[in-house]
Design a protein around this ligand. Structure first.
Ligand SMILES: Cc1cc2nc3c(=O)[nH]c(=O)nc-3n(C[C@H](O)[C@H](O)[C@H](O)COP(=O)(O)OP(=O)(O)OC[C@H]3O[C@@H](n4cnc5c(N)ncnc54)[C@H](O)[C@@H]3O)c2cc1C
Length: 288
């Protein structure tokens, strides 16, 4: 029989780490899954000015601060990818690539999962390619920005960036009518490849090419319902209440995976709430 943890935290970004340090402070037996790199998205960020207390630091510097913090608290990251999780009633069975695990409660902090990336997307992530137009908008003052959008809700992001950039191309990947500022050029075509040298310079589409300084890809996430069968979703995100509780007893979620805005500080705050909620859940279970 495998060892039973009080809490299994899936994801080592700001949401997962924040959950882990609160689980540690509350003396719970927990396991944290992810990567020692912490979060690919954190490492790729140029400069982060909206995380309290770290003004002007790069994503790598903040990653190092996070790593030092968890090290000082003797928190280890288990480098295993969790492929599926099953609720077994009073505990969860987790199937990892390397091992299987058991935990009385779980916190899902997996970030937003993307579909198949465009050619050049990963290569230029953080070098002209981004996923949050609002976060990176100041970098594109008086520059040309292209937005590839999978959801009508993102039109507001395009409108916002058009007030900063010199030119905005908007490529809708959805069928609804597009309603954006008249200054935004709408292109109905299929993106194929992102190209550039040090930074992005061009987007190649099926029928044309456009010169651009930045490309935001605003995608919907792949359903986390695949990870935990029976999990209630709100669109492509996990549905939670203010205590970060999901519809499954003992299952909590935090960070990008529960919805926008996709921001470090929001993810960390939700990780804190999720851990405290998991602790009270465990305390209640123990009283039964
Ligand atoms: C280039 C770039 C710049 C950004 N700039 C800013 C900014 O300036 N300000 C800001 O507030 N936000 C910014 N963001 C957004 C920010 O990165 C996210 O909001 C934040 O990282 C979300 O944290 P998270 O913990 O929810 O998820 P993530 O940081 O995505 O972390 C999730 C972690 O979980 C791991 N994981 C996922 N699935 C599994 C699994 N099944 N098993 C094990 N591990 C798993 C992943 O490997 C990853 O390490 C930026 C994003 C990018 C890409």
């Amino acid at each position: 029989m495998s060892e039973r943890y009080d809490i299994a935290i899936i994801g080592s970004g700001p949401a997962g780490l924040s959950a882990a340090l609160n689980a540690s402070i509350r003396n719970k037996k927990f396991i944290l899954f992810g990567t020692k790199e912490i979060s690919n998205k954190l490492v790729k960020a140029h400069k982060i000015n909206n995380y309290l207390g770290f003004y002007g630091k790069s994503g790598k510097e903040i990653r190092d601060e996070f790593a030092n913090h968890i090290k000082a608290m003797n928190i280890e990251i288990e480098e295993d990818k969790i492929n599926s999780i099953y609720s077994m009633g009073d505990y969860f069975a987790l199937m990892g690539t390397k091992n299987n695990y058991e935990a009385s409660s779980i916190i899902l902090a997996t970030g937003v999962n993307f579909g198949k990336p465009f050619k050049g997307e990963e290569e230029f992530l953080g070098r002209g390619v981004g996923y949050c137009a609002t976060c990176d908008a100041p970098l594109y003052k008086d520059k040309v920005v292209t937005i590839i959008s999978y959801n009508k809700h993102e039109e507001s992001e395009a409108n916002f960036i058009s007030s900063i950039a010199s030119k905005v191309y908007y490529i809708p990947m959805y069928k609804e009518e597009v309603e954006v500022e008249p200054s935004i050029e709408i292109i109905k075509d299929i993106p194929i490849e992102i190209v550039g040298d040090q930074f992005v310079s061009k987007l190649i589409l099926k029928n044309q090419e456009i010169e651009t300084d930045g490309i935001f890809i605003l995608r919907d996430s792949i359903s986390p319902g695949q990870l935990v069968p029976g999990l209630k979703l709100d669109g492509n995100h996990i549905e939670v209440n203010r205590s970060m509780k999901t519809n499954i007893e003992g299952c909590f979620a935090a960070g990008d995976v529960v919805g926008t805005p996709y921001q470090y500080i929001k993810a960390a705050g939700e990780g804190n709430i999720a851990a405290l909620s998991a602790v009270s859940y465990l305390d209640q279970q123990n009283k039964k």
